[in-house]
Write a protein that binds this ligand. Structure first.
Ligand code: SAM
Length: 249
């Protein structure tokens, strides 16, 4: 596993869901609105604990989730036993079928740092798409952020049995377009521990180039879950793209 994927929350998926509260289902709701209704099938790549798929499964959608980390998939299966979850790498996984909607959210794509790896992920998206498939991405916004400004700097877990806080600092390697986040966790009774995450920042036109090169055309880019047009200066980017199968280079 890549060192950048080892971190406190990934080691403790139940805590991950507390920090990244998806209970309002804002992101899958936005995706369904952009699709134009309830999809019959959804594939979530980099699905983590699978909580976004739960939203679709409750609508009657047949869902599949793939994640790189076996412990995330074990937790997802235990929590959501009716959903198909598989360990897999977005650079090479092939499920042998296509989907109405493919999602890659929670910045999962940005764990790939090189153009070669991003191309491989795009080929994976294309391999699971058919004409009309909606691809929905959620990632940090490279043009809204170049130094972590606007990103989350404090994390807190507070349950009757467990308390932890973290302070995060960000550093941007402009040459490699990599945003590094160091989070220092304070857990009562334990030494502090540092987590590092590295996110590849992708600019809108760069992303569009990868997408069109793999048969997707961009339907919209937004910095808000209302899918309202804006200057794209928010801290995150949501991208909707439709598969035509005609790759433009
Ligand atoms: C921040 S989590 C987001 C999880 C989930 N999509 C969500 O929004 O809650 C990013 C996920 O991407 C997964 N990931 C990173 N690299 C991956 C790869 N090459 N293939 C598949 N999953 C990957 C990680 O294991 C992690 O679960």
């Amino acid at each position: 596993m890549e060192a950048s994927l080892k971190n406190f929350l990934y080691d403790n998926p139940e805590l991950y869901e507390q920090i990244y509260d998806g209970s309002g289902h804002e992101i899958p709701r936005m995706c369904a609105a952009l699709f134009g209704g309830t999809p019959a099938t959804v594939l979530d790549i980099g699905c983590g604990t699978g909580r976004d798929l739960e939203f679709f499964a409750e609508l009657g959608t047949r869902c599949s989730g793939v994640d790189y980390q076996p412990n995330m998939i074990a937790y997802a299966r235990a929590q959501r036993p009716d959903i198909d979850f598989q360990v897999g790498d977005m650079r090479k996984v092939r499920l042998g079928t296509t989907f109405d909607v493919i999602t890659c959210v929670g910045w999962a794509l940005c764990n790939l740092h090189t153009p070669e790896d991003i191309d491989l992920a795009m080929a994976t998206f294309a391999a699971h798409a058919r004409p009309g498939t909606l691809l929905f991405l959620h990632l940090p916004n490279a043009i809204g952020n170049d130094d972590g400004h606007g990103m989350r700097h404090r994390f807190e877990i507070d349950t009757p049995s467990f308390r932890a806080t973290a302070e995060a600092t960000y550093r941007f390697d402009r040459r490699r377009q990599l945003l590094t986040r160091e989070a220092v966790w304070s857990i009562p009774g334990e030494p502090d521990r540092s987590d590092f995450a590295r996110f590849r920042m992708l600019f809108p036109m760069e992303l569009e180039h990868y997408l069109t090169g793999h048969g997707f055309s961009v339907a919209g880019m937004y910095d808000n879950t209302a899918a309202a047009d804006s200057e794209l200066d928010g801290s995150v980017l949501y991208v909707a793209a439709r598969f035509s199968g005609e790759a433009r280079v």
